[in-house]
Design a protein around this ligand. Sequence first.
Ligand SMILES: Cc1cc2nc3c(=O)[nH]c(=O)nc-3n(C[C@H](O)[C@H](O)[C@H](O)COP(=O)(O)O)c2cc1C
Ligand code: SF4
Length: 549
Amino acid sequence: MDVFSTGTIGNLEIKNRLVMAPMISNLASPDGNTNEDHIAYLEERARGGYGLIITEYTYVDELNGKGSPNQLGMFSYSQTPKFFRLTERMHKYDSRIFVQLVHSGAKALQGLNTKKIFAPTAMDYMGNVPQTMSIEDIINVQEKFYRAADIAYKSGFDGIELHGAHGYLLEEFISPALNKRDDKYGGSLENRLRIINEMTENIKNYYDIPLGIRLSLYENDPDGYGPDYGLKVGESIRKIDYIHYSAGRFAPPASSAPFYYEHNHIYARLPRRPDKTTILVGSVINAADANEILKKADFVATGREALADPYFPYKLLHGHNPRPCIRCNQDCRRLGLNEVRCTVNIDTGLELYSTIRRNKKLIGEIEIDGAGIKGLEAALYALSLGLKPVIYEENVPGGQINDILEPHKRTEFKALVDYYLNELDRRGITVEKSRGTSGIDCSPDKVYPDIKNMGDVSINTNIYRYFDDALEISKKNTVIINPESLEILERSRREFYIKLAERQGIKFIKQDSYNINIFDKNQYDIRSAMISGRRAVDSYIMENYDELN
Ligand SMILES: Cc1cc2nc3c(=O)[nH]c(=O)nc-3n(C[C@H](O)[C@H](O)[C@H](O)COP(=O)(O)O)c2cc1C
Ligand code: SF4
């Protein structure tokens, strides 16, 4: 079996083994409907070759099941025409599309819902205490899943995935730490799975499309369950056509591990190949990662890599390197308020307005001065428009990425530079080792002051690079960091960083003043460098429009 062999889930044939994992996009409309922004985002991944695409978690209960703003919802038959448009667009590329159905349980946001939040057991969920569900509540929720399943079936979805992972309602029933019920829905494994087994039985009685469940193989929380229990749960759920393993409940790294963790980190903890068709996810970034997953599973899901490069399958098929997700957990994880974006792919979430022009090609050369991320992105962008870039750089290509000293981050971020150089090399473009002065200026827009050679320091900042510098400085000097500074880092990255920093003697102390106070609301990072690179090319085209057409 390889990633391009045909696979089956239940009675459904899927053209390859590559699955786009369900990911919150917040691209739907405030009323929960799909729209062109949302469809274009998914369609780009279908065009990129994914055999199966699973939508983001989609709420079934409009009264107390919503977990994020602009979340996709499936709760009314008036939605079927637009959903039909969505499924039709995926089928155009011979991709299959499943909907992931969720009730957010205790993780639902009260502000987005009109009815009081509930869970299997009332307990403290990170500061919120939901109501305990009555038997009537359980039956009600099941009815809402059935209604959504019916809408999915009638709208042309090829399959249904129940979201039983990541601390949402169904996982709250599965998790021994969260389910303390003493009725028929708690106590034993059979009882904890009852709400799910009743639903799978009913849904499969009515619909002949594949039905699966997403599960956390393990929870990282101190009172969480381990992989043996996660495997047992998957194998004990009846009437499902597949299990989809992710990981995590609340504690970091939850499901999306940052660059401090190995690739295939969930695969490493799966005890063996499960006895049902299995999809497995977890930091798959390249062909080697994907092939390894198939040793224990039937399908490979990529989450963030599908955001970084929608053409991941296509590139694997043709032996090209995909644009790597650097597992920074920056722009894709601001989902409390924002739509999905990606630090290394500035078109993600904006597919409808992509500046890559697909049809009309320009003619001519463009000189690019500088081969940092800004210049490298400018070069690839110019190529996509038909122009031949000539790149000048007197130093090592990669610009400020080369200054990263922290080894985990350096390895992952350098892969992005390698991606650019490979892509250029493949098209016969090399970087000229000299200082360019007459092309478009691709030197960095901002360079923050270098603090690495300072002695003892106290730091108050939101600039990412200073957190790495602090690790370096602390090897010889005392370093104090304002704990509030760390709010810029995504939760799992933050927690890992704190452990690493404390091991090196860094102290997190709130004090009246710090000798480094550097904040930038519009921080210049990889994504801004890319945007700036494309903008420089666009300005050049505007100025030289006649010669280039
Ligand atoms: C932006 C984002 C949104 C996510 N939303 C969902 C979701 O709606 N449902 C779900 O089951 N998992 C969700 N996840 C978890 C991913 O599906 C996946 O399990 C996780 O990111 C690990 O895979 P990766 O390392 O390939 O990204 C989300 C992850 C990301 C990065
Ligand atoms: S924002 Fe970072 S972690 Fe998220 S998909 Fe993009 S590169 Fe990966």
